[in-house]
Design a binder for this molecule. Structure first.
Ligand code: MN
Ligand code: MN
Length: 418
């Protein structure tokens, strides 16, 4: 079946209810104008208007069916809110690789930037720090992370799939893959323009410091640094470290361990909400005090489920799709709505206060992270709003009967049907 045929069959099934649903909700166009416009779109999908005799990229078209043939309720110019890590340049070194999505790649993503990184068993992301805070989610495998506090207290810990870490601005740290096969993880920085390739690296600083200064600073002969690298290492292959307890003891010395933990076991947390269609785990500075500038939610949507219609009053949302397939529609006011399709490994972005929802379009679980530059997580559910204002007011807007309004869930379920 060609893409066009498949899409038009789907549209044929959807068109009736979609037309009715938007006709009442669109403020700027009259009901008749909306119905006429949507009828015209629907007709166009079924005749030669939708044909595409020119060049096509069938792989991309298949992955982006809602761009090739948008839902009839989509309209107007909404900035793209998707960027796949698959099209990012991958910087491969011996010991692992990194690729990033910043505001240069995804222009609306001004508040946060992300990096996807792989480290082999023993592979080291070298000792470094940077101006942005670093929030991380372990995608697979395990790693040993290190940091120190400004008071000199050390932090050494092992993290596995579903764990987080957060290193505040300027706190020096390192990451090393453990056995048997290292790790892969997501890093999120609280600055959309942050580049992972522009961090302060130990080897780079030493390479750009005169030997006499190194000798004086460390109180050792200058010749001790003869073998030190002449340029940065960034990622390099090392030996898999020994037992955690030994590394901790060696790092602590006489000063002692950090009183605050820079890691957190998100996957082990009891869900904040669980329905038959999915669940959500929320993590911010309330339960993970080290994360003072980044809040997040780990959301699971089962097949047929919907991350309900909602928005975030406090911050833009940076999304990373971990598993499955979904599509997100962003409603940007003034009759502007756009739907984009997402696969595992894609980045999404929704501006502060923009209305949106995410459907699971696959037959497996959809899982994604919602990440915010904020000390706290916050959202507003459309269901929650409409059931907590005078009922007559809502009925007058949507022209629905009392029974329909009564059936709407009275609180936020996050993932519906509940
Ligand atoms: Mn870092
Ligand atoms: Mn959201």
């Amino acid at each position: 079946m060609t893409i066009e045929n498949e899409v038009s069959r789907r549209r044929f099934l959807e068109i009736g209810s979609a037309t009715l649903a938007t006709a009442g909700a669109t403020g700027l166009l009259s009901k008749a104008a909306v119905a006429q416009s949507q009828e015209s779109i629907a007709k166009g999908e079924h005749d030669q208007s939708a044909s595409n005799p020119g060049p096509q990229n069938p792989t991309l078209a298949n992955e982006n069916k809602d761009s090739v043939t948008p839902p009839v309720t989509d309209h107007g110019n909404v900035q793209p809110f998707k960027y796949p890590f698959s099209v990012s340049h991958k910087r491969i070194e011996e010991g692992g690789w990194a690729r990033q999505v910043t505001v240069q790649d995804l222009p609306i993503a001004t508040t946060l930037a992300g990096v996807n990184m792989r480290l082999t068993a023993g592979g080291i992301r070298e000792l470094h720090w940077h101006s942005a805070a670093e929030w991380a989610f372990m995608i697979s495998g395990s790693a040993r992370i290190t940091a120190i506090t400004p008071a000199g207290n050390s932090f050494v810990s092992d993290v596995k799939e579903g764990d987080l870490w957060n290193f505040p601005s300027g706190i020096p740290h390192s990451i090393q893959g453990l056995g048997p096969d290292g790790c892969e993880f997501l890093l999120v920085f609280d600055d959309g323009a942050f580049s992972e390739y522009d961090t302060t690296l130990l080897t780079d600083w030493v390479a750009h410091t005169p030997r006499e200064v190194l000798s004086k600073n460390f109180g050792v002969p200058a010749a001790a640094f003869d073998k030190s690298p002449k340029q940065e290492l960034y990622i390099f292959q090392g030996e898999v470290p020994g037992p955690l307890a030994e590394d901790r003891q060696a790092a602590e010395g006489t000063i002692g361990a950090s009183p605050i933990r820079f890691d957190y076991h998100l996957r082990d947390q009891t869900p904040n909400k669980r329905t038959k269609s999915g669940e959500v785990r929320i993590v911010d500075s309330k339960n993970f005090p080290a994360a003072t500038t980044i809040a997040a939610a780990l959301v699971l949507v089962r097949p047929g489920g919907l991350r309900e219609m909602h928005w975030h009053p406090n911050a833009d949302e940076w999304m990373y799709f971990l598993k499955g397939k979904g599509r997100m529609t962003v409603f940007a006011a003034s009759a502007r709505a756009r739907t984009m399709d997402f696969d595992a490994g894609d980045v999404g972005y929704v501006q502060k206060t923009f209305a949106h929802y995410i459907e699971n379009t696959g037959d497996t679980n959809l899982e994604f992270l919602e990440i915010f530059r904020s000390s706290y997580y916050q959202d507003i559910s459309l269901n929650n709003w409409l059931t907590h204002v005078p009922p007559e007011l809502v009925q007058a807007h949507l022209r629905i009967d009392k029974a329909t309004l009564d059936a709407i869930p009275k609180e936020e379920d996050v993932v519906v049907p509940a």
